[in-house]
Design a protein around this ligand. Structure first.
Ligand code: GAR
Length: 213
């Protein structure tokens, strides 16, 4: 059983996609142990509670210093004995002590085809605004392992999505979620649960066989 923790900051539609796939058993041998948010008003926390999943709010604002927040964040993660941490719209920079401790055990969903429109300052709607401003005809989503470099870790899965005339950032965001994010993130978790993913020379490699963990 792959024990996962999901970190969220907002609405949590990607979290919902994971919950739904666990429920319908598309995602098997996976258990969502905890949902952690930096934002007490995140609807994602409500989604967790409604599904009987432990919901924890850890806001940097509630701590004396960034270091104290980082320590609390790390000890919360550690206390759940997680195999995998999933960043699903988590807009907080991870504590430096995450790495190498959680090396190749943290994945993130990003709403573009990395390396386009990623890195510091590119999150949420800003990504889609930048894509429309640049006039790209294809965008998409990427699931990647997380390392010290923002959006710079090994790429695990990507899916392209068409940009259409008349798109607004909101319309494009919705299409990228519907056509890419909500399937890509559960699929990445399943591949990891099946023991099919390794990182070799800084690149994620998806293997054949299935050893369910
Ligand atoms: C998603 O589009 C996700 O890809 C993005 O935030 C949104 C969260 O939506 N993440 C980033 O931009 C990370 N750089 P959700 O709360 O409805 O899942």
């Amino acid at each position: 059983m792959l024990k996962i923790g999901v970190c969220v900051s907002g609405g949590g539609t990607n979290l919902q996609a994971i919950i739904d796939r666990v429920k319908d058993k598309t995602l098997h041998n996976v258990s969502i142990e905890v949902v952690i948010s930096n934002n007490k008003n995140a609807y994602a926390l409500e989604r967790a509670r409604q599904n009987g999943i432990q919901a924890v709010c850890l806001s940097p604002k509630d701590f004396e210093s960034r270091e104290a927040f980082h320590e609390a964040f790390m000890s919360t993660l550690d206390s759940f004995g997680l195999d995998l941490v999933v960043l699903a719209g988590f807009l907080v920079i991870l504590p430096p002590q995450m790495f190498p401790r959680y090396n190749n055990r943290v994945i993130n969903i990003h709403p573009s085809l990395i390396p386009a429109f990623c890195g510091t300052g590119f999150y949420g709607l800003k990504v889609h605004e930048a894509a429309l401003l640049r006039g790209v005809k294809l965008t998409g989503a990427t699931v990647h392992f997380v390392n010290e470099e923002t959006d710079g870790g090994p790429i695990l899965l990507q899916k392209a999505v068409e940009v259409k005339d008349g798109d607004t950032p909101q319309i494009l965001q919705k299409r990228v979620m519907e056509e890419a994010e909500w399937t890509l993130l559960p699929r990445a978790i399943q591949l990891i649960a099946e023991g099919r993913v390794t990182v070799e020379n800084g690149r994620a490699v998806i293997g054949e066989g299935g050893v369910a963990g």
